[in-house]
Design a protein around this ligand. Structure first.
Ligand SMILES: O=C(O)C1=C[C@@H](OP(=O)(O)O)[C@@H](O)[C@H](O)C1
Ligand SMILES: C=C(OP(=O)(O)O)C(=O)O
Length: 415
C-alpha cells in the first residue's frame, strides 16, 4: 500500500478509540525490566509500535548486530544498556538513523570508561560497543539541548554502575517531561534519585531495580491526532472518547489537552479515558514546544487548516528527528496554502494559515518523508477535504492501528 485516499468526512461521529499504548513508556519499562533481570511478563499493555517490538527483539537477540531501524529511543537506550551490561554489539539503523547524532551519549559513556568506536562518521551510528571493563568516573557533564534521550539512557543504567552516577546538565534543557518520565519509571522499580532542576544535576546512587507489575498508559502523542480531527470536524456534535488515558500522566504530550483547549477541543476525563468535544476556537496561538516537540506537527496542521494565526518556539529539535520536520512541514503545508515561516533564526516560526484551504494541485497528496508523524498529522485534513497520504505504512513506528481506527469515522481507498 503506497498511498491511501482519505475521503472527506460527511457526517458527525461519536466513537470510542482504544489508542495504542505509549512507546516511550514501553521502551523505558523494557530497559529497566531487563536491568532488573526479569522477563517482560510483568509489563502490561506494552506498545505494539514497531519501535517497541524492535526493542523487545533486540533485548532478546544474541546477534552481534543490533539494527534499531528508525527508532531513536531504541538506539539511544540500547547503546547505554549494552555498554552497562558489557556486551560487544554493533548498533545500526536506517540511513536516516545514521544521520541522527549520538556523539553526546557516546562521549558520556566513554567518560564512564566504555570503549566505543564509530564505524562510519564520527558522532553518528553505526557504532561498535566493545566493552566496559571498569567505571572510570562517577560523574558526567552533558548538554541537555540536543536530545533528552541521551540523558534518559544514562539515567536508566545509573543505579547499576558500581559508583552510581551524577549527571550535570548544561545549556537549556529540552524535552524535560521525558527525563521526568524516566525518573518516575525508575522509581516505580524501586530506584530513587536526587534531582536538582535549578542546579541542573541528577544523582543516582548504586541501587537495585526491583521487579514489579507495570502498566503502560495509552499514548498521548497518538491522542493528538484525534484532537486535531475533532478540532477540524465541521460538525458541532462530533465527539471522540480516547480510552486508556489518564489526567495525571507521565507523558508531557498530555499538554495537548491545554493546547487544544485554545484550538476548539474540550477534554473531559471519564472513568475510561478522555472525551473530546467541540468548543469555539481562539484566533491566535503562541506555543513553546520545548517540552512537547512531537506535538508540533499536529498543531501546525490544525492551525494552518483552521485559519488560526500561530507562533511556534522550541522546535529546533524537529530538524534531527525521523526527518527534518521543519522542512517537511514547510513543503507540505504549502500544498494547501499554509506554511511555517522562520521569523527569527532557529527560534521563532509563524504558521501561515489558509482559510478556506487553497489547494495548489488537485488532488491534495501529502508526502510523508519516512515519518509517522507526517502521515498522522496531515490525515485530519480529511475532515475538510479529500486527501491522499503517501506511504501510509510509516505509522507502524508508533501507532500501527491508526488507519483501522480512522476507518471508524471516514472511508478511504488504498492503492
Ligand atoms: O524519550 C523519549 O521517549 C522521547 C523523547 C523525545 O525526543 P528528544 O528528547 O530527542 O526531543 C521525543 O521526541 C521522542 O519521540 C521520544
Ligand atoms: C522523535 C520520535 O521518535 P524517536 O526519536 O524515538 O525516533 C517520535 O516518535 O516522534
Amino acid at each position: 500500500m503506497d498511498k491511501i485516499l482519505l475521503r472527506k468526512s460527511t457526517s458527525p461521529f461519536d466513537v470510542k478509540i482504544a489508542l495504542a499504548s505509549s512507546k516511550s513508556e514501553s521502551n523505558r519499562a523494557l530497559i529497566i525490566n531487563a536491568l532488573a533481570k526479569d522477563s517482560s511478563e510483568n509489563l502490561l499493555n506494552l506498545s505494539t509500535a514497531r519501535d517497541t517490538q524492535t526493542m523487545i527483539r533486540l533485548l532478546k537477540s544474541t546477534d552481534q548486530t543490533a539494527d534499531v531501524i528508525d527508532a531513536g529511543t531504541t538506539m539511544r537506550f540500547l547503546t547505554a544498556y549494552f555498554t552497562a551490561t558489557n556486551q560487544n554489539k554493533i548498533m545500526t539503523g536506517t540511513p536516516r538513523m545514521c544521520e541522527r547524532p549520538i556523539g553526546i551519549l557516546v562521549d558520556a559513556l566513554r567518560t564512564l570508561g566504555a570503549e566505543i568506536e564509530y564505524l562510519a562518521k564520527e558522532g553518528y551510528p553505526p557504532l561498535h560497543i566493545k566493552g566496559f571493563a571498569e567505571q572510570k568516573s562517577s560523574e558526567v557533564t552533558i548538554r541537555g539541548d540536543v536530545s533528552s534521550q541521551y540523558i534518559s539512557a544514562l539515567l536508566m543504567i545509573a543505579p547499576t554502575l558500581p559508583q552510581g552516577l551524577t549527571i550535570n546538565l548544561t545549556c537549556d534543557l529540552g524535552s524535560i517531561p521525558y527525563i521526568k518520565m524516566t525518573l518516575e519509571q525508575m522509581k516505580a522499580f524501586d530506584v530513587n534519585y536526587d534531582a536538582n532542576w535549578e542546579a541542573k544535576t541528577i544523582k543516582v546512587l548504586p541501587s537495585v531495580y526491583r521487579s514489579t507489575t507495570y502498566k503502560v498508559e495509552s499514548d498521548w502523542s497518538g491522542a493528538s491526532y484525534w484532537y486535531s480531527i475533532v478540532a477540524l470536524s465541521e460538525f458541532e456534535n462530533t465527539q471522540v472518547e480516547l480510552l486508556g488515558l489518564k489526567e495525571n500522566s507521565l507523558q508531557g504530550d498530555s499538554d495537548i489537552v491545554n493546547i487544544m483547549s485554545h484550538l476548539g477541543v474540550k477534554s473531559t476525563f471519564t472513568a475510561d479515558g478522555v472525551l473530546l468535544t467541540k468548543i469555539p476556537a481562539e484566533t491566535t496561538l503562541n506555543w513553546d514546544f520545548t517540552n512537547c516537540p512531537d506535538l508540533a506537527q499536529t498543531v501546525a496542521v490544525t492551525c494552518a487548516a483552521k485559519g488560526i494565526e500561530a507562533t511556534f518556539t522550541g522546535i529546533e529539535s524537529l530538524k534531527i528527528k525521523e526527518t527534518d520536520r521543519v522542512l517537511a512541514l514547510q513543503n507540505e503545508l504549502k500544498k494547501f496554502g499554509g506554511d511555517l515561516v522562520e521569523v527569527e533564526k532557529n527560534t521563532t516560526y509563524k504558521v501561515k494559515s489558509s482559510q478556506p484551504l487553497s489547494i495548489v494541485n488537485y488532488p491534495l497528496s501529502i508526502h510523508t518523508y519516512d515519518d509517522h508523524r507526517m502521515a498522522m498529522a496531515f490525515a485530519p485534513l480529511a475532515m475538510m477535504i479529500d486527501v491522499t497520504i503517501e506511504e501510509p505504512n510509516v505509522v507502524v513506528k508508533s501507532y500501527p492501528s491508526f488507519w483501522t481506527d480512522l476507518q471508524k469515522i471516514i472511508s478511504f481507498d488504498n492503492f
